[in-house]
Design a protein around this ligand. Structure first.
Ligand SMILES: *Cc1c(COP(=O)(O)O)cnc(C)c1O
Length: 442
């Protein structure tokens, strides 16, 4: 159908695809244009401005379906990790597809309730520092499970539950002491990390928990980190959890749920990687140790569902040259997408329009934002076709931990967000206005 446009062309079907442009007077910038599903990104930039987060509903649905399909042979619930992208419209889309949620704060709990109140019964509450108010709100909402991370938290939960005379279903989040090959900030399953209770201490704590009138021991949970693309550490962690489940049952506890957390990674760089195959391998790896245990499996994927479904659209404000080094200064910045600055993360950056011929002149550039920090960059020493000021760029795989981690640093309003489904476009968060950023100070 179409020849490769440029050697560097990168796509994320079904979310972000280059399509041949119809010949028209208004065609600008090239023969191929990057689309979100059926909508040209240039059109979205014109209508909503930049920087702009753009998401594909079809990609979200398909990626969720990939998980549901891979786990179809076991009793399970997908509890999408809200912290990856907490836009209420994204949550609502997922709830409609049958998703539950994993929340880590009272704020995320409230977003879930606004998106779909009925999703509470499929929602789990994780986090090392749940406050009394947050626990009380979650108890009132009637959530499925509290993933408790310490003995102190257990007693606080018991107190809140007793006060409300409502039973809290409890899983202890165990720390399996399993190493996962990922960035140190997002690795969570080692003994030295703040998360969970040491798996060796778990039995004793379960015994204590089962004595509390308004606590009901119901499961075991584990989460070893994020952006993990090797399935072996998941298998190892789940194997340790399975052993614990057997011990707990022999102690007389009714363990109905195993929550294996999230953390399955995506390919930020390698285009040829097969997501369906990875999820299938993951399913195989984690289901194997649980065989015969007859538990209901809870999964908390975040990034794997929403990451490649979103991109950050930005415009080139200036091009400049410092001592032979070329910079594209764009209108998005580290406050909009902090992953490169915070984790040294790689994101593909692609021009939104491209010419058909492969003889196009390439140059090596740094793509940087306007913020007063050298850490404010999206790409370094990257080969891109020569771009003019006002050209559009798409930063791919920005759906997860993009907008969710955005801030107002430098008093910059956070971007607008749009959700595309085939030919339909919905503004799911309007751009912030400057006054909103300081009005609480007046
Ligand atoms: C962050 C987090 C997740 C989601 O991780 P992803 O890498 O986005 O899949 C799931 N569960 C818990 C407890 C988390 O903290």
């Amino acid at each position: 159908m179409t020849q490769r446009i440029l050697p560097t062309v990168v796509e994320r079907p079904p979310a972000f695809i280059f399509r041949e442009q119809r010949k028209s007077l208004f065609r600008r910038g090239g023969d191929f244009a990057l689309h979100c599903e059926e909508i040209p990104l240039s059109k979205l930039a014109k209508r909503f401005g930049t920087p702009l987060y753009v998401y594909s509903a079809t990609a979200v649905r398909e990626r969720l379906a990939t998980f549901q399909d891979a786990f179809r042979h076991v009793s399970h619930t997908i509890c999408y990790s809200v912290k990856a992208n907490s836009n209420i419209n994204i949550l609502r889309l997922l709830a409609r597809e049958g998703c539950g949620f994993d929340v880590v704060s009272g704020g995320e709990l409230e977003r879930m309730l606004v998106a779909d109140r009925r999703a509470a019964k499929k929602t789990v509450f994780s986090g090392v520092g749940k406050s009394r108010d947050e626990m009380t709100a979650a108890l009132k909402a009637g959530i499925l499970l509290f993933n408790v991370e310490s003995e102190s938290e257990l007693w606080t939960l018991a107190e809140c539950a007793t006060r409300l005379r409502r039973t809290a279903r409890v899983a202890l989040r165990v720390n399996p002491d399993v190493a996962a090959d990922t960035h140190p900030y997002i690795s969570t399953g080692l003994r030295k990390h703040k998360f969970g209770v040491p798996i060796r201490d778990a039995r004793e704590l379960y015994a204590k928990a089962s004595g509390a009138r308004y606590l009901r021991v119901a499961g075991v949970s584990v989460h070893i980190g994020s952006q993990i693309t090797d399935v072996a550490p998941f298998a190892e962690a789940v194997a340790r959890v399975a052993d614990l489940v057997r011990e707990l049952r022999s102690d007389g506890h009714k363990i109905g749920y195993v929550d294996i957390g999230g953390g399955l990674g995506i390919s930020y760089q390698d285009q040829s990687s097969d997501f369906d195959a990875l999820v299938a391998r993951y399913a195989h790896a984690v289901c194997n140790p649980l065989r015969g245990l007859d538990v209901h499996l809870l999964l908390e994927p975040g990034r794997a569902i929403i990451g490649p479904a979103g991109a950050l659209l930005t415009s080139v404000v200036y091009t400049k040259q410092n001592d032979g080094k070329r910079f594209l200064v764009v209108d998005a910045a580290m406050n909009d997408l902090i992953r490169p600055s915070l984790y040294g993360a790689y994101h593909e950056v692609v021009p939104v329009a491209g010419p058909a011929d492969s003889g196009v002149k390439m140059e090596t550039v740094d793509v940087v934002g306007p913020i007063c920090e050298s850490g404010d960059f999206f790409a370094r020493d990257r080969a891109l076709p020569r771009l003019e000021e006002n050209s559009l760029l798409a930063i791919l795989d920005a759906g997860a931990y993009g907008m969710a981690l955005a801030s107002n640093y430098n008093t910059r309003p956070r971007p607008a967000e749009v959700l595309v489904s085939k030919k339909s476009v919905k503004l799911i968060r309007r751009r912030e206005e400057l006054r909103e950023l300081y009005s609480a100070e007046l």
